[in-house]
Unconditional design. Structure first.
Length: 308
């Protein structure tokens, strides 16, 4: 009896162990869910993507990659078959993108909604619908880097052409000419400084005051000239009347007056001649006043030495 009881316990333990193994396999394997197949089409490099890789829809894991092959009709295309849970409803605007996980370099498929077409994408077991793959961030950076390097290469080639041996010689000659021109401008700038200094001295406060006084004196002079012109007109009118009068009070009486007028005119002409001679000898006197008279005998600064 004791041997039979030991055999029963061993058999029961074996059955329980087998049941536990089946449960473990079932639990580790997960519950199989209904999926639909879709084909992602790309012409890009899909390095790092392998079968059984994850498929994520807007960041949520929704399936896996079941197959990767080259399109027999167009060798430039790569066909990636993905199995997606039937709970996920894809649209005509769904696109795929290649993503990379961490620093391991393992790739996975990202499904995104582009928003171009919100119509549903119905599954078809006979001919799975196709989803286009757009460039990933790594691909965009690679293309941008390639384009940048190409532009830099062209820029360096242009700079090399600009700074050729002949152009360097011309540039050195141009710099030498500029240096010589700048050296030649130094005397001109010094002369300009001297000219400005002289202009500043010419238009200092004292000279400006003299000019103002001369202009102030010119005003009354013009007024007197205007009055004199009016008098001359009046005299001319009287002269016309006198010449036309045949009496003793006419032309006969005009002759003494004409003699007197001629004397006055001679005196005025003499004074005008002196003024013009003075202006010719010292024209600066118009702005700065008449020059001082030389000292006479008995005055300070008088010298009795005769000029040779």
């Amino acid at each position: 009896m004791e041997n039979k009881s030991h055999a029963f316990i061993v058999g029961l333990f074996t059955l329980l162990l087998l049941a536990a193994g089946v449960l473990a396999i079932y639990w580790l394997g997960g519950v199989s869910e209904a999926t639909d197949d879709y084909i992602v089409v790309t012409r890009q490099n899909i390095g790092g993507l392998n079968p059984q890789a994850q498929v994520r829809y807007r960041g949520i894991r929704v399936g896996k990659v079941s197959d990767i092959r080259i399109d027999p009709r167009d060798p430039g295309n790569i066909l990636i078959t993905v199995s997606i849970s039937r709970d996920i409803r894809l649209t005509q605007g769904t696109v795929a993108k290649l993503g990379y996980q961490g620093v391991t370099g393992l790739a996975h498929i990202l499904l995104l909604e582009s928003g171009r077409d919100a119509d549903p994408l119905p599954p078809n077991p006979a001919a799975p619908p196709r989803i286009a793959m757009i460039p990933s961030l790594v691909d965009e950076l690679g293309e941008s880097s390639t384009a940048t390097l190409r532009e830099m290469r062209e820029l360096l080639a242009s700079l090399d052409a600009v700074f050729s041996e002949e152009n360097r010689v011309h540039l050195a000659a141009t710099l030498a000419n500029l240096n010589a021109a700048s050296a030649g401008m130094a005397p001109a700038l010094e002369n300009l400084d001297l000219t400005l200094l002289q202009m500043r001295k010419l238009f200092d406060d004292r000279n400006v005051n003299h000019l103002s006084q001369a202009l102030a004196e010119a005003g009354p002079l013009l007024a007197e000239a205007r009055t004199a012109i009016g008098g001359i007109r009046e005299v001319s009118a009287r002269l016309d009347i006198a010449i036309g009068d045949p009496s003793d009070k006419g032309a006969a009486a005009l002759i003494p007056r004409l003699n007197e007028m001629a004397g006055d005119i001679s005196m005025a002409a003499l004074r005008l001649s002196r003024v013009l001679r003075t202006m010719e000898d010292s024209p600066q006197g118009l702005l700065f006043g008449a020059p001082p008279q030389p000292p006479g005998p008995g005055e300070p600064g008088f010298s009795d030495r005769e000029e040779p």
